[in-house]
Design a protein around this ligand. Structure first.
Ligand SMILES: [Mn+2]
Length: 367
């Protein structure tokens, strides 16, 4: 048997979780990610589904709202052949809801059902006595889910010709089919949510979990996901960004991409990350108009610029968030929807957006 990671809070709630599942194993279980799932929430949902299956729940579904648009996340789903269904595509379901990598009453989950279980690693402000919270502030939800999978065991029987023996089966079993894929998913969840272990929320438990997973994952599949293929439009937009750059702001970099289709909006963070690697660049803002709002990715490694302040200064307080030099913003146009404008008005709007954003950026970086 593999040793658990040793998170005390997960251990303390394990029995209550197993009891709840066992008592309700004949009901449907609905495992919900936050909106726009990331690798950590996808892997954690998959892990919870695996644990429920081990405990005898047959009817279970993993679901989400929003989009899975980042090419790496799509690669993860394809390479590992994960089954995850859009909330809108499933029949209205009655059953037991589990919220994963998020809690209820938050902006980042559009599913409004009340969960019976919450498993999360973010700060949680809401509580409810009817909800089983499995929570601790570690670097990734995947770390907590792996620990739970290592803690959950069952007595099974093995038969041979002469006798029946009982043995303890562990939910996370490297010899079981599908464990390699689960281990690969959880490893990517930890790797991305901790920003390769550089994020200040990273704990020793995240390292420990990753080390254990490293022994049981598929190297080949991990490689295909880490070095994911990206769609050609990323290069098109990269070219636009390069052409629209404002060299006079060096070492700060800003580029507008114009109007971007919702399904291609992942190119904004992808390009921002790439341009941060440019020699001499300290700050990057890449922005465009997606649907009914301006969307931006903000990055800085500058010792004098604070990423949150930069987001606030350029895009307005309350329209963006940042931590650890990585941020983003979304500024809605409200009733003035570019989607309903003619080309002339759209062109006018874009030049206005560009002048405002870049003017504010100049003031924010030179103050
Ligand atoms: Mn997470």
């Amino acid at each position: 048997m593999l040793s658990p990671i040793g998170n005390r809070r997960i251990k303390a709630k394990k029995d209550a979780f197993v009891k709840l599942v066992t008592e309700n194993k004949d009901k449907p279980w609905i495992i919900c990610s936050h909106d726009n799932p990331d690798p950590d929430s996808i892997a954690s949902c998959l892990g919870i589904s695996h644990i429920l299956g081990f405990l005898g729940v047959e009817d279970r579904i993993v679901t989400y709202c929003g989009e899975i648009s980042h090419p790496q996340n799509r690669a993860m789903i394809n390479v590992l052949q994960l089954r995850i269904t859009k909330w809108h595509d499933i029949e209205p379901l009655e059953g037991i809801f589990v919220f994963v990598d998020c809690s209820f009453g938050q902006k980042n989950i559009s599913i409004k059902e009340m969960p019976r279980v919450v498993i999360d690693h973010h700060k949680i402000s809401t509580t409810n006595k009817d909800v089983l919270f499995m929570h601790d502030e570690v670097g990734a939800c995947s770390t907590l889910v792996l620990d739970l999978a290592l803690l959950v065991t069952q007595i099974g029987t093995v038969e041979d010709e002469t006798e029946t023996e009982t043995e303890t089966l562990q939910c996370f079993d490297p010899d079981e089919e599908g464990t390699k894929e689960l281990a690969t998913a959880l490893a990517i969840g930890i790797k991305t949510d901790t920003l390769d272990f550089l994020n200040e929320t990273t704990t020793t438990e995240d390292f420990q979990a990753f080390r254990l997973l490293g022994r049981h994952l598929s190297d080949e599949k991990l490689g295909r996901i880490v070095n994911y293929e990206f769609p050609p439009y990323v290069l098109d937009y990269e070219q636009t960004a390069w052409k629209n750059k404002r060299p006079e702001f060096q070492p700060h970099f800003i580029a507008g991409l114009g109007y971007i289709d919702e399904t291609k909006s992942d190119c904004i963070p992808t390009i921002a990350d790439k341009f941060m690697r440019l020699q001499g660049v300290q700050t990057v803002v890449v922005y465009g108009v997606v649907g009914n709002s301006i969307r931006a990715s903000v990055r800085t490694s500058s010792s004098v610029l604070d990423c949150q302040t930069l987001c606030d200064d350029v895009f307005g307080k309350g329209n963006g968030g940042a931590k650890q030099g990585i941020g983003g913003a979304r500024v809605p146009f409200n009733v003035f929807s570019p989607l309903e404008m003619n080309q002339e008005d759209k062109d006018l709007l874009w030049s206005l957006v560009k002048a405002q954003v870049e003017g504010r950026f100049e003031r924010a970086t030179t103050k």
